[in-house]
Design a protein around this ligand. Structure first.
Ligand code: PRP
Length: 214
């Protein structure tokens, strides 16, 4: 993973297959079907990378031949996709972390103020002791992610990692400023935001492209 001195909380995942798949998602001609399929594949690779420093516990196990040491994940994991677009990342994570519980937080951006508006939230028990992966393909102004992290913390969550496909510097700054305990993982740090708060070059509106509502 790549880190940059000006964004100490940001971890950029660097892998040729991730670059290839992100390019497919960026293309405007990519259909909804292909977008969903590639998003699933790409998210699995991101989950694999993000899981690389999970803690393990050891226990004795028996192979058909003899005893040896086995390993289990130490921490309970909760995935929290930010509705809607984050839903497109949940299955990729669940494929690699099938024991994870899933919480939901529903936020949309008021398109004039760009402020997040919450419309739904439901979290599993044991938020306090679990490691939370907050999922959203896009980190633009950072308003949605920062509000979602605040919700999770209000409900008792203490260990949160944010996982994005594309992040804008503005969003990284905001989340880092408001939640300096939260590591941000992204497949790419994009150039910035346009006057409508869209990420450039970005990939358009991920929620619309996942669900065909554009
Ligand atoms: C998009 C995206 C993030 C948010 C990013 O959601 O999925 O949740 O905007 O913007 P921000 O960093 O400026 O808050 P959108 O509001 O389009 O809702 P959707 O997921 O329902 O499409």
């Amino acid at each position: 993973m790549i880190t940059l001195p000006q964004y100490p909380n940001l971890y950029l995942i660097d892998h040729p297959l991730i670059k290839r798949d992100l390019s497919i998602l960026r293309k405007k001609k990519t259909s909804n079907v292909v977008f969903r399929t590639v998003l699933f594949r790409l998210t699995k690779m991101i989950a694999y990378e993000v899981a690389s420093n999970l803690k393990l516990t050891e226990s004795d196990i028996e192979t058909p031949l003899e005893k040896t040491k086995g390993y289990q994940l130490k921490e309970d994991i909760i995935l929290v996709p930010i509705l809607r677009a984050g839903l497109g990342m949940a299955d990729g994570f669940l494929d690699l972390l099938p024991d994870a519980k899933v919480g939901h937080v529903g936020l949309y951006r008021n398109e004039e103020t760009l402020e997040p508006v919450d419309y739904y939230s439901k979290f599993p028990r044991n938020l306090k002791d679990s490691l939370v992966f907050l999922l959203d393909p896009m980190l633009a102004t950072g308003g949605s992610a920062s509000a979602a992290i605040s919700f999770i913390k209000q409900k008792g969550g203490r260990k949160v990692r944010l996982v994005n496909l594309v992040a804008a510097p503005e969003g990284v700054d905001k989340v880092s400023r408001e939640h300096d305990d939260v590591a941000i993982f992204a497949a790419h740090l994009d150039r910035g935001l346009n006057e409508n708060g869209f990420i450039l070059p970005g990939l358009g509106d991920a929620g619309d492209r996942v669900f065909g509502t554009e």
